[in-house]
Write a protein that binds this ligand. Structure first.
Ligand code: HEM
Length: 406
């Protein structure tokens, strides 16, 4: 059996083994921007998605695609780019104008290569966070900084700059937290060797990275319009699992005989929060069963190397137990500050979800109400209240990880 690098090693082994980059963390470093020429037909649809949808030509263009083999996609970066491209095309084909006219069958010309490639990458055949956020970016000036101003996304959905705002801000949150991932090997080493000072320093580092990530989160208000997010982008990110519009799922023609269900793209598929939950001993499983199940399911939408990384963290020494056993007020305070930084991130995220989903959903349900219908103040049917319940329960479990005095 191949020897697995352990994240307790102080050297930056986790880089190769777990596909985590020193600068951009779980994001793909310098993603490839162009597919090789045999795939021009895919590229030209993905690059012109919004115009093709607007002109009503998108579905016909997809149906005309030649059946391409995935054999010319050499290397991880070109495969990730192709997965991103096919994900965009698939979402656009299924949802088209986002007006309820949906397709339940993905034509074989795209379904066959998409499913083969997905299998190769260990990703599901639907647009995932690892595509639209982690592999969908470039620097405008290659020598310039990793800032919103100097970055762009490779592919967009209809809805103007909304996809750019949502995907890039999510990416910048990932990048801000990347510096904290680097500290994990030091933390595990310090716990193993009972080096309290080193552990304190490392936890302080993590807290300051998480606070920085929170600052970056604020940029969402500058770049993402709530109505465009709710009414346009959200539709294109929707999946076909638990979705009444595709109750049975999507039929991938030429691949499976029955429709398959996959959840839509969401930042819940980011490894960042789960990674620090595991590190700090935040045990979602002891809380609401369905929240833990959902987060576990979301792992299956992450690149396998990142799933393996989360699993390897679970096998590491327990930081929380170590801190508890030392009974040292200063160490406990430093640990608690780290947990509080996670709570703050989740509280802020809750505010964002209220602004971008709950409020637009309630406005829409008011618009749809006829005067004879009873008022629906509780957001019933929009999913808003359930989402809030889920997200609040995850935050509550995070708070429970705080260590009490004594
Ligand atoms: C407009 C901005 C955002 C909206 C509307 C939003 C919405 C949501 C929703 C509705 C969920 C519940 C699960 C689902 O149905 O997908 C969720 C979960 C989650 N989101 Fe976001 N999100 C936004 C931005 C972000 C960003 C920028 C990040 C961080 C990179 C993030 C990280 C997470 C995580 C980690 C979860 C899983 C729950 C948890 O661990 O606390 N979200 N989000």
């Amino acid at each position: 059996m191949a020897h697995k690098a352990s994240p307790t090693k102080s050297s930056w082994k986790i880089h190769e083994e777990y596909h985590i980059d020193e600068d951009v963390g779980f994001a793909l470093s310098d993603p490839l921007e162009e597919l090789p020429h045999p795939y021009d037909a895919w590229t030209s649809i993905a690059k012109n998605l919004a115009a093709l949808i607007q002109n009503g030509e998108l579905r016909a263009e997809v149906e005309k695609l030649p059946m391409l083999s995935i054999d010319d996609l050499e290397g991880h970066k070109s495969q990730r780019l192709a997965h991103l491209v096919l994900g965009y095309i698939t979402m656009a084909y299924v949802w088209n104008r986002g007006d309820g006219d949906v397709r339940k069958v993905l034509p074989r010309n795209i379904a066959v290569p998409y499913c083969k490639l997905s299998e190769k990458l260990g990703l599901p055949p639907i647009l995932v966070y690892a595509d639209c956020v982690l592999a969908n970016w470039k620097k405008k000036d290659p020598h310039g900084p990793l800032t919103y101003e100097n970055m762009d996304i490779l592919f967009s959905f209809p809805g103007g700059d909304c996809s750019k705002g949502f995907f890039l801000v999510s990416l910048l949150v990932e990048i801000a937290a990347a510096s904290a991932i680097k500290v994990i090997p030091t933390i595990f080493n310090a716990v193993q060797h009972q080096e309290q000072d080193t552990l304190q320093e490392a936890l302080l580092d993590i807290t300051s990275c998480l606070r920085e990530a929170l600052k970056v989160f604020h940029q969402i208000h500058d770049y993402v319009d709530p109505n465009l997010f709710f009414n346009v982008l959200r539709i294109y990110l929707s999946g076909w699992k638990g979705n009444p519009q595709l109750r049975e799922g999507l039929l991938y023609e030429g691949v499976w005989d029955t429709p398959k269900k996959f959840a839509g793209g969401s930042a819940a598929q980011s490894s960042i929060f789960q990674c620090f939950d595991v590190l700090l001993g935040v045990q979602q499983s002891t809380g609401e069963a369905s929240a833990a199940e959902f987060l576990q399911e979301m792992r299956t939408y992450m690149p396998p190397a990142h799933q393996n990384f989360l699993h390897s963290l679970e096998l590491g020494p327990s930081v929380r137990e170590f801190v508890r056993s030392r009974r040292d007020a200063r160490l406990q305070e430093i640990y608690n500050d780290c947990v509080k930084a996670m709570v703050s991130l989740r509280s802020y995220h809750l505010q964002i979800v209220t602004k971008y989903i709950v409020i637009p959903a309630s406005q829409q349900s008011k618009k749809n109400q006829t005067s004879e219908e009873p008022s629906d103040e509780g957001n019933k049917g929009t999913g808003g209240t359930d989402l809030m319940h889920f997200l609040k329960s995850v935050r509550g479990t995070t708070e429970k990880a705080l260590l009490k005095e004594g």
